[in-house]
Design a binder for this molecule. Sequence first.
Ligand SMILES: Nc1ncnc2c1ncn2[C@@H]1O[C@H](COP(=O)(O)OP(=O)(O)OP(=O)(O)O)[C@@H](O)[C@H]1O
Length: 299
Amino acid sequence: MIQLVDVTKMFDRFAAVKGANMMVPKGSIYGLLGPNGAGKTTLLKMMAGILRQDRGTITVDGEDVWENVRVKQRLLFLPDFVYFFPHATIRQMADFYEQLYPSFSRGRFTELRSAFSLDVDQKIQQFSKGMQRQAAFWLAFSVQPDVLIMDEPLDGLDAFVRRHVKQLLIEEVAEREMTVVISSHNLRELEDLCDIVGLMAQGTVRMERDLNELRAGMHKIQVAFRGGFPSELAERLDIVHREERGSIVLLVVRGEKRSIEETVSSFAPLILDVLPLSLEEIFVYEMGDVVDVRETVVG
Ligand SMILES: Nc1ncnc2c1ncn2[C@@H]1O[C@H](COP(=O)(O)OP(=O)(O)OP(=O)(O)O)[C@@H](O)[C@H]1O
């Protein structure tokens, strides 16, 4: 488990992160969302022990991260600009990672060779940006860290590789209970990957939510009634959005699916359809009052 309590980071007199709190349960994938300049990179660098917080605590399984070799051997940070030694090949970087991380697995490295079709003996600097990122993922998966922290890692990957990398991440989490934190400014990018999403704006984590709970707690329905929409029904539902399209009424309603269906059915509707609600819509309706979600993370 990763825990941040009241974490602040100052750059001179500017607070890039201000009293941030965050909890990432073991074996979960946490998506840190936020607009440019929200403080995501600064927060992740502190979580990885690269920057030191000015205030607050950051722990992995109860141990402070800062200057803690034991924690750092179990934790891997993939920055937004991946760095390799000049002139190094993947093979040489693998040798280096093997010395650095006791958990590095040669077997896993070889196994993943077919997943990333890159030449292990070519200089990484000669690779395209997307290929360099693939190399970084290959090495990261070979390290088999307990905690993987990634800053906008999917940027620059083509759709095929992106899907493949997401699949590998999900497998690692399921098989080894790896804990993953991944930042992005795009909710759509994370929606099929994360268990929890934290929304960051102006240096603070404004909200943390379990995605399954979010999905179970809000529904979109399409209804029609003879003689118009009963006002009594409106009082019995927790409606967060309402749109009329002729005689059809489209509602976004808070609550469990079964109970919503039962309530609406008791008013004998001519039509009652439950429609899928995207995570993006849930965010807009659920958190729109906290930050301008549409502006910030669904763009
Ligand atoms: N080394 C630094 N010195 C001064 N200010 C900094 C430094 N690093 C970051 N900042 C400032 O802190 C704020 C947060 O930056 P950060 O890079 O953490 O945001 P971000 O959410 O990762 O943004 P993006 O999505 O654009 O990558 C910004 O206003 C940035 O200018």
